[in-house]
Ligand binder design. Structure first.
Ligand code: ADP
Length: 300
C-alpha cells in the first residue's frame, strides 16, 4: 500500500504542478495579450481623437471664416435697404398715409436690428481670431470701458466704481469689450432702485479673479449655462433690448485668451460675473501685499 502511494504521489504532484504552471502560463499570456490589446486600442483611440480634434478645429475655423465673410458682405445690402427706405420716407413721406409710414418705420426698425446682429456676429468671429497677448493694466481697461459707456451710466444715474485692479495677461482691447459688455448688461438688467456696479479683483493662484457685480434683477442658476450661448436671451425684446450675443462674445474672448468667465446669482439679488485672467509676472506696486499669495484679497 505504502509502496503504491510512493509510486503515484510524485506523479500526482507532478501532474498538479504541470496543470498549475500551465494555468499560470495561460493567465500570464492572457494578461500580457490583454495589456497589448488595451495599449493598441488606446493608441488607436488617441489617434482617432487627435484626428477628430483637428477636424473640429478645421471646421470651426471654416465656420468662423464663413460667419465673418457672410456678416461682412451682408452689411452692404442692408445699408442700401436702410438708405433707400430713408430716402422714400423723406421724399414721399407727406404723400403717404399713416399705414405706409408705419410700414416704413417697421422696415427701418428691422434693418437697425439686423445691423446690430450683424455687428455682433462680426464681433463674435473676431473674438475667435488670434489674440495679442500682452501685459494689460486692468485699471486702464476699466477706465476705457466706463468712458465708452459714460452716457449710458449718466442716463441711468448709476453708481459705478472699481477697487484697485491688477496687471494681467491678455488682449487689452478685447478685455475692454468684455468689461463693456458686462457693464452695459448691469445697466440694462436693473431693478427700480439706483443701479450699483462694483468691480473687484483678488489673487487666486496664478490668476486674478475680477468680479463685476450689480444689484439688478439677477439670474436663475438653472440658466447660468444658457446665457453664454450665442443668440440666447432670457427676455423678449420688448422687455429688454439686445441680441443675445454680449456674453457669448465675452466668453469666447476670455477662453481664447486662456481665461474663463462664470456667473453667480440669484433672481432678485443682482448678478456677479467672475473673470479669471492669467496674472503677469510684472510686479505691480498697486497690488496689496506680496504678489502671488494664494487667495490674497487685492481690493476691499
Ligand atoms: P443680451 O443682453 O443682448 O440679451 P447677453 O449675451 O449680454 O445678451 O446676455 C444674455 C442674457 O443673460 C440676457 O438676455 C439676460 O437675460 C441675461 N443677463 C446678462 N447679464 C445680466 C445681468 N447683469 N443681470 C441679469 N441678467 C443678465
Amino acid at each position: 500500500m505504502v509502496a503504491d502511494v510512493d509510486r503515484w504521489l510524485p506523479w500526482a504532484i507532478g501532474s498538479v504542478g504541470l496543470v498549475l504552471s500551465t494555468l499560470a502560463g495561460w493567465l500570464v499570456w492572457t494578461l500580457v495579450s490583454a495589456h497589448h490589446l488595451a495599449e493598441r486600442r488606446a493608441r488607436q483611440m488617441t489617434a482617432e481623437l487627435r484626428a477628430s480634434e483637428a477636424e473640429l478645429a478645421r471646421s470651426n475655423l471654416e465656420l468662423e471664416r464663413f460667419a465673418y465673410a457672410a456678416s461682412h458682405d451682408l452689411q452692404e445690402p442692408l445699408r442700401t435697404i436702410g438708405n433707400f427706405v430713408g430716402l422714400l420716407d423723406r421724399r414721399y413721406g407727406d404723400q403717404l398715409d399713416d399705414d405706409a409710414r408705419q410700414y416704413i418705420g417697421l422696415v427701418v426698425d428691422g434693418a437697425d436690428r439686423m445691423a446690430g446682429l450683424i455687428n455682433d456676429l462680426l464681433g463674435y468671429s473676431r473674438a475667435g481670431q488670434v489674440q495679442r497677448v500682452e501685459e494689460v493694466d486692468l485699471e486702464e481697461t476699466w477706465q476705457l470701458a466706463t468712458a465708452a459707456l459714460a452716457a449710458a451710466i449718466a442716463d441711468a444715474d448709476a453708481d459705478v466704481s472699481a477697487g484697485p485692479l491688477p496687471m494681467v495677461r491678455g488682449d487689452g482691447s478685447r478685455l475692454v469689450q468684455v468689461l463693456q459688455n458686462l457693464l452695459s448688461n448691469a445697466l440694462k438688467y436693473r431693478t427700480d432702485g439706483r443701479v450699483e456696479v462694483r468691480c473687484h479683483a483678488r489673487r487666486v493662484g496664478d490668476c486674478w479673479e475680477v468680479t463685476v457685480q450689480d444689484n439688478g434683477i439677477g439670474i436663475d442658476p438653472a440658466q447660468f449655462d444658457e446665457i453664454f450661448v450665442m443668440l440666447r436671451r432670457l427676455h423678449t425684446r420688448e422687455e429688454y433690448p439686445g441680441t443675445g450675443m454680449g456674453l457669448a462674445i465675452a466668453k469666447k474672448i476670455m477662453e481664447e485668451g486662456g481665461g474663463s468667465i462664470r456667473v453667480e446669482s440669484e433672481p432678485g439679488h443682482g448678478a456677479r460675473f467672475v473673470l479669471s485672467l492669467p496674472a503677469t509676472d510684472v510686479v505691480d506696486l498697486r497690488q496689496v501685499g506680496p504678489a502671488g499669495a494664494d487667495q490674497q484679497e487685492a481690493v476691499t
